[in-house]
Ligand binder design. Structure first.
Ligand code: C2E
Ligand code: MG
Ligand code: MG
Length: 261
């Protein structure tokens, strides 16, 4: 209990003192292995505990309402970086940025105006900012979420269904929500060796998504064999430690400079 209170106080202070930072993990075109976009992942640089992953503080942020400030920071910072990279690097297709949004952010009516303000301010290309939501987030308030996501889509922002396959009503959200991208959870991509069922489910998810006109992002790719399989299944994008760890903005800038566009 004491610890939780300390954490809460520290987190509040971190938001005010800019101790939150964004890291970016490359999303690659599965066939060419070129970097096509980034996923923005929040970190907390804690004075004594070091760099903390989102699992260790986002629940607390949700419970205390601090997620609202964190979410706004994440959106603004990710969109700002996206603008910088789009101006600095000009591949044939502009680089995109995926931003995670949690359940309580979906209940916040400021979200739509925050997104509109961010994409307008940074003049990023249409459809290059992509919002990711999990089905479990959407399911907390299905109708409110659906109308909010519809407004987000109308801003020319992409919408991805994150961690697909881990909640129970996946199929109904694909039917009723305006997703353009489906992110297959890593439990189907890097399953235990010889898990034939996971392989069959992966194949079915990919063909279902393609039949619905959705783009696939395979998550958690950890070796070449998984890449080969995803090429075979004609997945569009992939992400995972095999293609790149989450890194700082500075590291991304350096890696984009050395890329053969
Ligand atoms: P997610 O959106 O599904 O993000 C993918 C997570 O998987 C990241 O962990 C990433 O580092 C990790 N990962 C990437 N490749 C691999 C791999 O090959 N193997 C394995 N085992 N893991 C891999 P991270 O950064 O700790 O984020 C965890 C979750 O926290 C995210 O899952 C997302 O739901 C949430 N999150 C992260 N950043 C934000 C944010 O800015 N806002 C909100 N609302 N949620 C966030
Ligand atoms: Mg995500
Ligand atoms: Mg995910």
């Amino acid at each position: 209990k004491m610890q939780l209170l300390t954490m809460e106080r520290d987190l509040r202070q971190a938001i005010e003192s800019d101790s939150l930072e964004m890291h970016f993990q490359p999303m690659v075109d599965i066939r060419t292995t070129n970097v096509s976009g980034m996923e923005a992942l929040v970190r907390w640089r804690h004075p004594s505990l070091g760099l903390l992953a989102p699992e260790s503080f986002l629940d607390l942020a949700e419970q205390t309402g601090m997620i609202k400030d964190i979410g706004r920071f994440v959106l603004n910072e990710a969109t700002r970086q996206l603008g910088i990279w789009q101006r600095a690097f000009r591949p044939s297709e502009p680089v995109f940025m995926a931003v995670n949004v949690s359940a309580s952010q979906l209940m916040d009516t400021d979200l739509v105006s925050d997104i509109r303000a961010a994409v307008t301010r940074e003049t990023v290309y249409r459809q290059t900012l992509k919002i990711e939501v999990t089905e479990s987030a959407v399911l907390q308030y299905p109708e409110k979420s659906a109308s909010l996501l519809e407004l987000v889509k109308q801003l020319g922002v992409g919408l991805a269904c994150d961690d697909f396959g881990t909640a129970y009503s996946s199929l109904s959200s694909l039917r009723h929500l305006p997703f353009d991208t489906l992110k297959v959870d890593r439990s189907f991509v890097s399953p235990e060796a010889e898990d034939e069922k996971a392989a069959i489910i992966l194949q079915s998810i990919v063909s279902l998504a393609h039949d619905l006109g959705l783009t696939i992002v395979a998550e958690g790719i950890e070796d070449q064999a998984q890449v080969d399989r995803l090429v075979e299944l004609e997945c569009e994008y992939g992400k995972g430690f095999f293609m790149g760890q989450p890194m700082t903005a500075k590291q991304v800038g350096e890696s984009l400079t050395s890329m053969p566009y």
